[in-house]
Design a binder for this molecule. Structure first.
Ligand code: CA
Length: 364
């Protein structure tokens, strides 16, 4: 290395050290902590997904790697896939009690604790991922989510988004509203409640049992996520009618911490978790888009055809969403408040989405 290059390199390295090593307090001459000298902190996080689960599971592993790198190794996150440390759907309680420090999952799994939590996953026929991100950050969504989760000693961040989910796999085509009557469909959450108003019998099944139930005709249809994850389940082999989506237009995933534990961390570590979560939120959404596009190509190659629900089904679903919202709002003040905030934001953002992206997508 030439001497001049060495000096330049040393200067750059020195600048980097002083930049990352100083907090505002140090610069201002107050008492401070150098991140490089900070005591090593280890956090235990559990997920609701199996080990190496594509996109959702692998994304959390990358989040942990990023946090370690950004913190210079002073903040380490150990990720436990489902059922290793706690059962898949016990992660909320385990984090609330402080048994573990955080979890990656989806807010609608906790609607039994508070019906309003389902809304933090999005609303059938409501906002898409980009609009939900805006509502969270600039429309009061985060304030409400953190207030309601605060009652459980939890501090949530968005940690991914599936984008628009597909409407599901059907054994027979849906030509009219009448074709839905009495249909047994695996569909959870608010989408299932809306489908129930359309005459569907919504059923919950563990992931491992869906394919066999569909193959044997124990159920007539199932939704899952989108092409990327659906293709791995093999549903196209037994229920060839694949419908476009409306019931989960942008399901938010969460990375949630024990609130007291999160607040006990230093400013730098909290900032690192904040930006690593932001990054995971965006990366997971884009990875879903990319993987869905690739899987759609494969599904088309094996002859899968894509269908839209008839307009009368969508019109009935819109009415049913309003009924479900009215019923839940009457039962829960929290649901009513969160829905009101969402609805107000939807009224604000929709006119802009309509004349920007929607208009452009229709003409390109
Ligand atoms: Ca789904």
């Amino acid at each position: 290395m030439k001497r001049r290059d060495f000096v330049k390199g040393a200067l750059a390295a020195g600048a980097a050290v002083s930049f990352t090593g100083c907090t505002r307090e140090m610069i201002e001459g107050k008492k401070s902590v150098n991140i490089a000298r900070r005591k090593k902190v280890k956090l235990k996080i559990a997920t609701s997904w199996p080990a190496n689960f594509p996109i959702m599971g692998t994304g959390v592993d990358r989040f942990a790697e990023k946090v370690k790198a950004m913190s210079g190794g002073t903040l380490e996150i150990k990720v436990y896939p489902k059922n290793i440390l706690v059962p898949a759907l016990a992660v909320f309680d385990a984090t609330s009690s402080g048994q573990i420090d955080g979890f990656h999952s989806g807010p609608y799994y906790w609607k039994g604790k508070n019906p309003a939590f389902a809304l933090f996953s999005g609303l059938p026929l409501g906002m898409v991922a980009s609009e939900l991100n805006c509502w969270m950050n600039y429309g009061g969504g985060y304030e409400l989510w953190r207030e309601l989760y605060g009652r459980y000693n939890l501090y949530p961040f968005m940690g991914g988004n599936t984008g628009v989910q597909m409407g599901g796999w059907f054994r027979k085509p849906i030509g009219s509203l009448a074709d839905l009557k009495g249909l047994k469909m695996r569909i959870p959450g608010l989408g299932g409640e809306v489908m129930a108003k359309l005459g569907v019998n919504p059923i919950l099944l563990p992931a491992g049992e869906i394919y066999t139930a569909l193959e044997r005709g124990t159920i007539d249809a199932t939704e899952w996520v989108g092409p990327a994850l659906d293709i791995r389940m093999g549903f196209y082999k037994v229920a060839p009618y694949y419908y476009t989506g409306w019931h989960e237009p942008g399901s938010i995933l969460e990375i949630t911490f024990n609130k007291a534990r999160f607040e006990s961390l230093g400013d730098e570590h909290r900032a690192i978790l904040h930006y690593a979560a932001e990054s995971m939120n965006s990366e997971m959404y884009h990875e879903f888009m990319d993987q869905n596009a690739r899987a759609l190509e494969k599904l088309k190659k094996v002859g899968v055809k894509i269908y839209d629900f008839p307009p009368e089904v969508i019109a009935a679903a819109k009415k049913a969403v309003q009924q479900v919202v009215a019923e839940q709002s009457a039962e829960s003040d929290d649901f009513k408040r969160v829905y009101a905030s969402m609805e107000a934001y939807y009224r604000l953002i929709k006119p802009w989405t309509d004349i920007s992206e929607a208009r452009y997508l229709a003409i390109r």
